[in-house]
Design a protein around this ligand. Structure first.
Ligand SMILES: Cc1cc2nc3c(=O)[nH]c(=O)nc-3n(C[C@H](O)[C@H](O)[C@H](O)COP(=O)(O)O)c2cc1C
Length: 250
């Protein structure tokens, strides 16, 4: 574990009143518990697990991938006293069952979703190149769907991550049922002062609409709470297509 990261946790947790959540990234099943313990000892109020694993080996089954997550959660949960959250990848075939299994394995929080690095091709050099693109608001759709479906149905906090640039995305995620909303790209674009813009913008919107608390908004548009729960499922596909307009389609 780079000592520099542990030092950052130490400094941040002693300098700030807000809980500092350490992020533990890894690929293999080795080493997680030791690092998690060191993070908690350094002052982290919680540990977030980011299992960054692309099963490019064609023999690996879906169940094996899932089990890898479950085993890591169990191991880390058994090693630390602080809450443990897991950053889900968006590619599980049955997200609901996976979320349930992760919570049964000990996850106190689920983050939706990990944004996997996807390489690009340089057509001049014919090389695979790393090209990190910052996110855009259109990326909230998939996490928004699954937070809305999971809200009130799994015994874990739900955190939204992907696409938050303005207060609008935070409000949508909260209404879907997120207990926490995270942002990275927007801060890299606009600087940390943008946090105030986001928080103030959300407060102003709530005042205008007469919301008295975040709690009142939370989950108000989750699948269990909307008038048309099928709007989250394929049953609505025909309606979605019907709503699409193009000057090239009669
Ligand atoms: C430059 C950069 C570095 C990142 N590093 C990490 C990382 O080390 N661990 C991690 O879990 N996520 C990392 N992320 C992903 C973010 O935590 C976040 O999940 C993702 O960017 C989606 O949120 P956003 O749309 O607000 O950017 C990184 C993202 C960016 C843009």
């Amino acid at each position: 574990m780079p000592e520099a990261y542990l030092n950052l946790i130490r400094q941040a947790s002693s300098a700030s009143d807000i809980p500092i959540i350490a992020s533990l990234n890894g690929v293999t099943s080795e080493g997680w518990t030791e690092y998690a313990k060191e993070m908690a000892e350094a002052g982290a109020s919680a540990v977030e697990l980011n299992v960054y694993y692309i099963p490019a080996n064609l023999d690996t089954t879906g169940r094996e991938v899932e089990q890898r997550y479950v085993d890591i959660i169990k191991a880390v949960k058994g090693a630390v006293d602080v809450p443990v959250a897991v950053k889900l990848n968006p590619f599980f075939s049955a997200m609901g069952e996976m979320a349930t299994r992760f919570v049964e394995a000990g996850a106190d929080g689920l983050l939706l979703f990990n944004r996997f690095y996807q390489p690009d091709f340089d057509l001049d050099e014919l090389e695979v190149v790393p090209d990190l693109e910052l996110s855009s608001p259109s990326e909230i759709r998939l996490p928004l769907l699954w937070i809305a479906v999971l809200h009130g149905r799994v015994n874990a906090s739900l955190a939204a991550t992907s696409g938050v640039q303005t207060p609008t995305e935070i409000i949508k995620y909260t209404m879907a049922g997120a207990d926490a909303v995270m942002t990275a790209s927007a801060l890299l674009r606009n600087g940390t002062g943008h946090i105030k813009t986001l928080v103030d913008g959300m407060s102003e919107w709530m005042d205008r609409r007469g919301y008295e608390s975040v709690e009142q908004m939370k989950g108000s548009m989750s699948q269990q709470n909307v008038a048309d729960p099928a709007a989250f499922e394929r049953a609505n596909y025909i309606k979605v297509l019907g709503s699409f307009k193009s000057p090239y389609i009669a």
